[in-house]
Design a protein around this ligand. Structure first.
Ligand SMILES: [Mg+2]
Length: 380
């Protein structure tokens, strides 16, 4: 089997109600889809994360990665992954759009292999083999304490046993919001806080002390992702709340200083940023060597990324929990069959083959910013 074409499509869905978090606002949701075709007619679909500028990842796919892939055997995923990384690593591109574009390709290759083998990706990964994974509701956006508390109560009523809420805006109002949500859920529900790197280290320590008092499960991205001294200050001040981070990291090498210095209890790589299944599994393996748990990030991604993350979560031995984005994302309509919903705080695995998702061409047209761009054989 040989790869004969690499295709991309950019998606965008404007939001009626922008997603506002501590450090930015999303007024539309975007995704970069990647499709890989082979000479025997098997195809695979992937998604590169694209919070802004979905055309940048697709340009990387065509300009840099397609020449590496076309003519190659798609079974050799780890070798192709190294070849794709190697194109730009000596040029300083071991983070950013280059790794995100590789993610889209790597996810498509795993889907393709699953399609060829007639097996779901979680089974091909030969990992833990979970048929369901624990999931938490993500995330209650910043609002009045009353409205956030009532949202939390609704989520508990639908079966969630763990809920994440956004903080990171300003210290005292954030503490009032956490107290209101805790009062609404009672003590039997895990609450996570996501600061989206909105605090300075001093504020992060103060919110962390409130989190310890209120029995919060984890504090996520307390300070800027590159602020290692800040993380060290927060870590040394807080002993009774877990620290989670990593949605902005790209490689196992990027996670290494956080792990070596004992700064995190939970790593949160995003499969569509962290170079796909291949890159994310390396992060999971590295974290397990440090006794750190794995809770993959999903956020505002499209449905192919979410499906891929579910397969990854089923396979990774040190999985803690799956981020179930319950907030409406219009891009999820591009699937013929919707993604699974949580029941009793758990998500069932997609059946496959491959990722177990199929695209609805009509809906794709509705959200696409153009036509599929093709590198390779246009006749197929
Ligand atoms: Mg987050």
């Amino acid at each position: 089997m040989k790869i004969i074409a690499v295709e991309t499509l950019e998606l965008e869905a404007p939001l009626d109600q922008p997603w506002k978090i501590a450090t930015f606002t999303l007024s539309s949701l975007t995704a970069s889809l990647v499709r890989i075709r082979t000479d025997d007619g098997v195809t695979g679909i992937g998604e590169a994360i694209a919070r802004l500028g979905p055309g940048i990842c697709t340009a990387v796919v065509h300009e840099i990665l397609a020449p590496v892939l076309i003519g190659q055997d798609p079974h050799n995923i780890e070798g192709l992954w190294e070849d794709m990384v190697r194109t730009m690593r000596p040029r300083g591109h071991s983070r950013g759009y280059h790794l995100e574009a590789i993610a889209g390709v790597d996810i498509a290759l795993w889907d393709l292999l699953g399609q060829a083998a007639g097996k779901p990706v979680w089974e091909l990964l030969a990992g833990h083999g979970r048929r369901t994974v624990p999931a938490y509701a993500s995330s209650i956006l910043i609002d009045s304490p009353e409205r956030m508390a009532s949202e939390a109560a609704k989520l508990v009523a639908t079966g969630y046993r763990a809920i994440k809420m956004k903080v990171g805006q300003s210290l005292r109002p954030d503490i009032e919001r956490i107290e209101a949500v805790r009062a609404a859920t009672g003590s039997g529900i895990d609450i996570m806080l996501d600061a989206n790197s909105g605090y300075d280290p001093t504020s992060a320590i103060q919110i962390g002390r409130a989190a310890e008092r209120l029995g919060i499960y984890w504090l996520e991205e307390p300070v800027h992702p590159d602020d290692l001294p800040g993380y060290r200050r927060v870590r040394s001040a807080l002993k009774d709340v877990r620290l989670a981070a990593g949605e902005g990291e790209f490689t196992a090498a990027g996670f290494l200083p956080f792990l070596e210095q004992g700064l995190l209890d939970v790593v949160q790589p995003d499969i569509a940023r962290c170079a796909g299944f291949t890159g994310s599994r390396r992060v999971a393996a590295l974290a397990s060597a440090y006794g750190v748990q794995f809770a993959p990030h999903t956020g505002a991604s499209g449905p192919v990324c979410i499906a891929a993350t579910l397969h990854l979560a089923a396979a990774v031995p040190n999985l803690l929990t799956f981020e179930d984005m319950y907030i409406h994302n219009p891009l999820h309509a591009v699937l013929l069959k919707p993604l699974p919903k949580q029941t009793g705080g758990r998500m069932a695995m997609l059946p496959g083959p491959g990722l177990g998702v199929a695209l609805d061409e009509e809906q794709l047209t509705k959200f696409s910013r153009g036509k599929w761009r093709v590198s390779g054989d246009r006749q197929v």
